[in-house]
Design a protein around this ligand. Structure first.
Ligand code: IPM
Ligand code: MG
Length: 373
């Protein structure tokens, strides 16, 4: 791959978002340095910070910049002052939902891996989760999230769930193609024993399966799937599901990895794509230097893969593996001798650049000497 020039919009967002984004940007700058690419970073407002500054969680300027960009990197959004107020008319989450819809990001892809080095940190038993490696495809712009919603005259409330054949087909094709390059298994998670939309999902997936004879397809009701993910996660390869079920089971599956702070995600459509950690804005940790930047750094690696930069993405993943291996980790994964958000980020950036041998590197970071990047 030759030298690339790309424009990346960064939406640091709220809470720990800015801190973890900073480390992911550092990793991307290290990649640009090492491989000779040019990445231009354009910082924009989204979420509670955008409401505070403009009254709108997704200002027009932000949306315009995202549309014109090659990719978007998002930290996290959300603030407790909205969570505890169900009658708030304007909420940070509306910005994210509108952004997904406006950019046509219909497929949310969340890999979940049980890292050997971290098996002890999962609350689940080691022998259950060792070797688990799944890829969740969550539909992101349809279903109950975007259906008509409101209040009736009698005070009751409703949220409509609708799916078209087209909306199911386009994400199902992506999931099938991914299964072909992995272990060849696709599990559709639905509630076809109760919901009409789920029956349509099954019909469509059964039809498409004929085009992918190498992929073994099975079907699980979401309640059973929720249990199976914890009981026997190794049975899953690619999981395909609708918006709401995907929201729930992907948080559940994250327990397997040992920390929410490790899991990246990509949201893709037909044009620009967005990359974000799956964790939230963790407001209690804001400014304390304890947030794990790895999920956002790995989201940056997915961004590089999206650009077709596999070698570059691998250099980021290798540097992260090294941090896991050497225990250069934030307190939730290394309570005894924790590193700060910035130190973990430095270690990864230096790892990408192969600047120092690891031991020296680790010592320098501990001494606060690693300030080049
Ligand atoms: C996620 C989040 C969002 C969702 C919220 C913040 C609207 O939970 O990305 O999983 O429900 O999709
Ligand atoms: Mg969620």
């Amino acid at each position: 791959m030759g030298i690339l020039s790309k424009r990346i919009v960064v939406l640091p967002g709220d809470g720990i978002g800015p801190e973890v984004c900073q480390e992911a940007v550092r990793a991307l700058k290290a990649v640009a340095d090492k491989f000779g690419h040019e990445f231009v970073f354009d910082y924009q407002l989204m979420g509670a910070c955008a409401i505070d500054a403009t009254g709108d969680p997704l200002p027009a300027a932000t949306l315009e910049a995202c549309r014109a960009a090659d990719a978007v990197l998002l930290g996290a959004i959300g603030d407790p002052k909205y969570d505890n107020n169900p009658s708030a008319q304007v909420r940070p989450e509306q910005g994210l939902l509108r952004l997904r819809k406006s950019l046509g990001l219909y497929a949310n892809i969340r890999p979940v891996t049980a890292y050997d080095r971290l098996l002890e940190h999962s609350p689940l038993k080691k022998d259950r989760i060792q070797g688990a490696d799944m890829l969740i495809f969550r539909e992101l712009t349809g279903g109950i999230y975007f259906g008509e919603k409101g209040r009736n005259a009698d005070g009751s409330a409703y949220d409509n769930c609708t799916y078209s054949r087209f909306e199911i087909e386009r994400i199902a094709h992506r999931a099938f193609r991914a299964a072909e390059t992995r272990r060849g298994k696709l599990t559709l998670v639905d509630k076809a024993n109760v919901l009409e939309t789920s029956r349509l999902w099954r019909e469509v997936v059964q039809d498409l399966a004929l085009q992918y004879p190498k992929v073994l397809v099975d079907y699980l009701f979401v309640d059973n799937a929720a249990m199976q993910i914890i009981l026997n996660p190794r049975q899953f390869d690619v999981i395909l599901t609708e918006n709401m079920f995907g929201d729930i089971i992907s948080d559940e599956a994250s327990v397997i990895a040992g920390s929410l702070g490790l899991l990246p995600s990509a949201s893709v459509g037909d044009e620009v794509a967005l990359f974000e950690p799956i964790h939230g804005s963790y407001p209690q940790a804001k400014g304390k230097g304890i947030a794990n930047p790895i999920a956002t750094i790995l989201s940056a690696a997915m961004l590089l893969e999206h650009f077709g930069l596999q070698e570059e993405a691998n250099s980021v993943k290798k540097a992260v593996d090294n941090a896991l291996e050497q225990g250069v980790l934030t307190p939730e994964l290394n309570a005894k001798s924790p590193y700060t958000t910035e130190q973990v980020g430095s270690f990864v950036a230096y790892g990408i650049l192969d600047i120092l041998d690891c031991q020296l590197h680790k010592n320098n970071i501990a001494l606060g000497l690693s300030t080049i990047i």
